[in-house]
Design a protein around this ligand. Structure first.
Ligand code: NAD
Length: 485
């Protein structure tokens, strides 16, 4: 049975939480008095559907059910996670906790998205402060994994453990912050940069666009993958961190920055910033900018995934949790599902559909999965043998767009001796998208020449090939280029 999350306040942040829980297989119940909430959350979910599922290399759990409720008491029914994302006003937040604790279960985690308040401030007049934690996410919540988890003095340790487990299960990185401070960690860092940027504009030194360029062409890319300290460690060269601090530490005493002060936000300064920002980005609507942002984030995150590094390593771990261990089914009477995943944003091209090279990638992934199911795992390959692809024939039958779930079904045509002959069919529901016929040869990684696989692998492949021999010969198998059908 699906778990239930209640979303209290469905604006920018609440909408993102709703999308993440929903796409990770939770039922989501929303309460927001804004008559536009249904439309706004609907639009966020459309964007989340085109970006989040394709970030995974496996199929996400089936989507949960989304419902909107007229009262908070109704919305929290059956919820094991309640996320409060109402406007950043302490009396309002406190009133919300009082009201919802009259109706929610005592075991539910109540997370607050607050950017600035300490959990003990939120506990204020709550009837059960032990179930309230700060769970501060980052926009877009459905793509960015960080959530600052701050328990207060009265939060029960068991609730903190439960909160970590749930946040991890929905693909996030809960950063447990042990001390309560205003604005937690990340917003303090962001505010330091924001203050400095306001001065640079106020003093006429840089425009909004120049400041953005200074970040996105340079240190923003470094920060995205290593953060601050690991980056500076490398900047210290072979002498490392100590040398870096000795070299640049004294600069901190020079009057380089103005962090201790903020410019007065006069109408003139606000107009200047707003006008520069309009000139920089006004040609695109917010929804267009959001989609461009999501495309960029997915591309960076998938790059980090290929490196199994930072946020990418987190995504790989989540894929493994969802997919479980590869096991050959006892029922071999049908082709084997070797790939089930959404088409990622970075697999589509200028025609708006999946690029031909990605069909090969999906079929390559299907062959890899078949190898794994036959026992060709990392240990076997480290032992000095693997399969290499010798021949491929792909028939492109229909187009497919980002976000669509594709499935590859694999029939083993033969698995004897050094050869593994596979026929893959790619489908979206019942719609056939492509077929791929592949001949793989078992190779010694030492001599780089063909050799027989281990008896265990031979036996597994033979077992599948014998069972699949009872299936009809797949349509399109053995065809060469240009032959119809
Ligand atoms: N915007 C960000 O980048 C960001 C990032 C992290 C955390 N936060 C935090 O998230 C929270 C929400 O911020 P936001 O940017 O989503 O604001 P928002 O204004 O976009 O959304 C707030 C929503 O709460 C609804 N609301 C108002 N009163 C309510 C009530 N009594 N019960 C239920 N819903 C109610 C409003 O109708 C609105 O839809 C704040 O605490 C903020 O500090 C914001």
């Amino acid at each position: 049975m699906k778990q239930t999350a209640a979303i209290i306040g469905g604006g920018v942040i609440g909408g993102g939480w709703a999308a993440r829980f929903l796409l990770m297989g939770w039922d989501v119940r929303v309460f927001d008095p804004d008559p536009e909430a249904t439309r706004k959350i609907g639009e966020v979910i459309v964007n989340a559907r085109r970006s989040l599922p394709g970030l995974s290399d496996v199929a996400l759990p089936s989507e949960g059910n989304l419902s909107f409720h007229d009262t908070m008491s109704d919305a929290v029914q059956g919820a094991s996670w309640i996320q409060e994302s109402v406007p950043e006003r302490l009396p309002l937040k406190r009133k919300v906790y009082q009201a919802l604790q009259e109706h929610c279960g005592p075991d539910a985690v109540i997370g607050s998205s607050t950017s600035g308040f300490k959990p003990s401030e939120l506990h204020g007049c709550a009837t059960r402060p032990e179930q309230i934690v700060v769970a501060h996410p980052f926009n877009p919540v459905y793509l960015l994994p960080l959530v600052e988890l701050v328990p207060g003095e009265k939060t029960s340790p068991a609730m903190t453990v439960k909160a970590k487990e749930i946040l991890t299960a929905i693909g996030m990185h809960p950063l447990h912050i042990k001390a309560e401070i205003d604005a937690h960690i990340a917003d303090r860092l962001l505010e330091a940069v924001w203050r400095e940027a306001l001065w640079l504009i106020n003093d006429g030194i840089a425009t909004t666009e120049e400041i953005d360029d200074a970040i996105r062409y340079g240190f923003g890319l470094r920060w995205a993958q290593m953060g601050l300290f690991e980056t500076y460690r490398i900047a210290g060269g072979e002498a490392g961190m100590r040398h870096f601090i000795e070299q640049f530490g004294p600069c901190l005493e020079w009057p380089w920055t103005k962090l201790m002060d903020v410019p007065e936000l006069t109408d003139t300064l606000i107009d200047k910033i707003a006008d520069q920002s309009d000139a920089q980005s006004g040609a695109m609507s917010i929804r267009e900018l959001e989609r461009t942002r999501d495309d960029n984030l997915v591309t960076i995150l998938r790059g980090l995934k290929a490196q199994d590094w930072g946020a990418g390593a987190l995504l790989n771990a989540q894929d493994q949790r969802i997919a479980g261990k590869p096991v050959l089914s006892d029922d071999l009477s049908k082709p084997i599902v070797t790939v089930e995943r959404a088409v990622p944003l970075d697999w589509t091209d200028y025609n708006g559909h999946m690029n031909e090279a990605r069909y090969l990638q999906a079929f390559g992934d299907a062959s890899d999965r078949m190898m794994l199911l036959a026992g060709v795992d990392a240990d076997y390959i480290a032992g000095g043998a693997s399969y290499f692809t010798a021949e491929t024939h792909i028939r492109h039958i229909d187009e497919v767009h980002a976000g669509t779930v594709i499935r590859v079904e694999t029939q083993v045509l033969s698995g004897s001796g050094k050869k593994m002959h596979l026929f893959h069919r790619m489908l979206a529901g019942d719609r056939e998208l492509a077929t791929g016929e592949h001949m793989l040869i078992h190779v010694s990684l030492e001599t780089r020449r063909a050799c027989d696989p281990s008896p265990k692998i031979s036996e597994a492949l033979q077992q599948v090939a014998t069972a699949h021999a009872a299936l009809p010969k797949p349509h399109g198998a053995g065809k060469s280029v240009g032959v119809k059908g």
